[in-house]
Design a protein around this ligand. Structure first.
Ligand SMILES: [Fe+2]
Ligand SMILES: [Fe+2]
Length: 207
């Protein structure tokens, strides 16, 4: 699907979720950053795939679906400050690449990119790699998920992590999934997100 079609799909998705024109405009401005990440549209297509996955999981678990959809669209926006060669790289990262890639879940960087309008989404996005068994970033600090808000962030971040990983795996992208070789998709998924295996059959085919 071409970039324009994706933007139209996102616009109608936002309209369907009841976002006002002004709110949609703000979201689309940010989505424009994702679309502009120079990796031939890979991150953009992936972000739309993650949004669609997250929407389905959100519907299944009774989460706030617009919030899921927008979080999916914006979850990798932090990649806009990562070197484009690394963003486009689809094999296992070396240590230096891994350090550089960490920036895309850095809270202050996300804050700057999202312009302070999306503090819940920022928190959810900052944890979308925290649940992986092998080399998670950032590492989980249990205390971050205490209190009502913390528990909610945990729930959404975990569902986002499933959505993200499922899309990366469908795309056979070892960079995005943080694995050198995706030999057995189901096995890798099961190892990282056992609970997600029960809902993953509801996920749509990625575009
Ligand atoms: Fe990511
Ligand atoms: Fe991602």
């Amino acid at each position: 699907m071409k970039g324009r079609n994706l933007i139209n799909k996102i616009s109608s998705g936002l309209k369907q979720f009841g976002f006002s024109r002004d709110e949609s405009g703000k979201v689309l401005d940010k989505v424009g950053i994702v679309a502009g990440i120079s990796d031939d549209g890979k991150t953009f297509r992936h972000s739309v795939g993650v949004a669609e996955n997250f929407k389905k999981i959100g519907e299944f678990y009774g989460l706030n679906v617009p919030c899921c959809y927008v979080s999916g669209l914006l979850h990798d926006i932090g990649k806009s400050v990562v070197s484009s060669e690394i963003v486009a790289f689809d094999k296992k990262y070396n240590d230096a690449m891994y350090e550089e890639m960490k920036k895309h879940v850095n809270v202050s960087i996300l804050d700057e990119l999202l312009g302070g309008n999306f503090s819940f989404i920022r928190d959810v996005c900052s944890y979308h790699h925290a649940f992986q068994k092998r080399k998670p970033y950032p590492r989980i600090r249990e205390s971050s998920f205490s209190g009502k808000r913390g528990k909610k962030v945990f729930l959404y971040a975990q569902a986002l992590a499933w959505s993200d990983f499922a899309d990366a795996i469908h795309r056979n992208d070892g960079g995005m999934a943080s694995h050198s070789l995706i030999e057995s998709k189901e096995k890798v998924f099961e190892e990282n997100y056992p609970a997600a295996c029960t809902v993953i059959k509801f996920l749509p085919t990625p575009i």
